[in-house]
Design a protein around this ligand. Structure first.
Ligand SMILES: *Cc1c(COP(=O)(O)O)cnc(C)c1O
Length: 337
């Protein structure tokens, strides 16, 4: 099977497994796991941020961040397609007791003007606007990337109105590679950044939350509250260190593979609109002789797994376990459909 369901399905490479088995470990709830400490130091310094905390999932890093930025009754501003809103089990309400103002952005991206219009006045009837949460790349937006100048404009609005600015950077490295940006640019403008090691970077488990020292100290308390304090987590941290050292530049290959599949699909009459490929995610509309569920079933019979994310849309996600040969096989299969 060629698995395009998600970039979370990757398995550790042989070299990553070796790095994991050789990890120096300790009890991280005591702060004594050398590999976790190294991963946290290394990631914070990569982004020029003060501190970092290693967590089991990106949902947890996002939820911890939102809880740390808000008080019950506050309001979080984000795009209607945001993972923090649609895919985290209602966590903003359940964990942070906060309300959400949803914006209709473009492919999951919002802009400074929309944010200004969404900020509530100082009125006792209204929740207090407290946090803006952005996503880069956007998942439901089909791997779309922000222009950094748009992020800078949103930063200015947040500074003017005293709002926190969080980044759900589950696939931030895909954006950095696609846009040829530097992680330190992001460290300068965001108050907190969540990055996933278990997506395109190919680690089996783990995400990092980055921020100022005081913020991460608070985050450590919330991680314990959420049950996310892990003991000898160094085995997982070692995979993360390996991923940061070896798996960032290769994301370019996933992006090229995604574009090749996009070109093959463009020639087919059962393909409606395609969200123009920017990184490693491809979302397209199915029309004519197939519906999305039928097409995904046919693909499965031919050895290709791809999710139908709505009755009319199919998603392909490229990652490090898809080889160039498998991309060619996929194109051959698409051509015969
Ligand atoms: C995958 C993902 C997350 C985190 O997911 P986990 O499965 O909890 O690690 C967060 N945000 C976005 C945009 C994602 O795609």
């Amino acid at each position: 099977m060629i698995d395009f369901r998600s970039d979370t399905v990757t398995q550790p490479t042989q070299l990553m497994r070796e790095a994991m088995m050789q990890a120096k470990i300790g009890d991280d709830v005591f702060g004594e796991d050398p590999s976790v400490n190294e991963l946290e130091r290394m990631s914070a310094s990569l982004f020029g941020m003060e501190s970092a905390i290693f967590c089991p999932s990106g949902t947890m890093t996002n939820q911890i961040a939102i809880k740390c930025h808000t008080q019950p009754g506050d309001e979080v501003i984000c795009d209607v397609l945001s993972h923090v809103y649609i895919y985290e089990g209602g966590g903003i309400a359940a964990n942070a007791h906060s309300s959400v103002k949803l914006l209709q952005g473009e492919r999951g991206k919002i802009n400074a003007e929309m944010v200004i219009n969404a900020i509530n006045p100082d009125d006792i009837h209204k929740p207090q606007s407290r946090l803006v949460s952005l996503e880069n790349t956007t998942n439901r937006g089909g791997g779309s990337c922000y222009n950094f100048t748009d992020i800078q404009s949103i930063r200015e609005v947040c500074s003017t109105y005293g709002l926190g600015l969080h980044l759900d950077g589950a696939r931030l490295f895909n954006a950095l590679i696609a846009k040829k940006e530097n992680p330190k640019q992001y460290g300068e403008v965001f108050d907190s950044i969540s990055i996933c090691l278990s997506k395109g970077l190919g680690a089996p488990v783990g995400s990092l939350l980055l921020g100022k020292t005081d913020f991460i100290k608070k985050a450590k308390r919330v991680r314990k509250l959420f049950g996310g304090g892990m003991r000898q987590a160094g085995f997982l941290a070692a995979a993360g260190i390996y991923a940061l050292n070896h798996h960032i530049d290769r994301l370019e290959q996933d992006h090229q593979h995604t574009k090749l599949i996009e070109s093959a699909l463009m020639k087919k009459d059962f393909v409606g609109g395609i969200l123009a490929v920017e990184t490693n995610i491809l979302i397209f509309e199915v029309k004519g002789k197939y519906t999305a569920p039928i097409l995904s079933a046919i693909l499965k019979e031919r050895g290709i797994l791809a999710i139908s994310i709505s009755p009319t849309q199919i998603r392909f996600v490229l990652h490090l376990d898809v080889t160039p040969d498998q991309v060619q096989q996929t194109i051959d299969i698409i051509e015969k459909l």
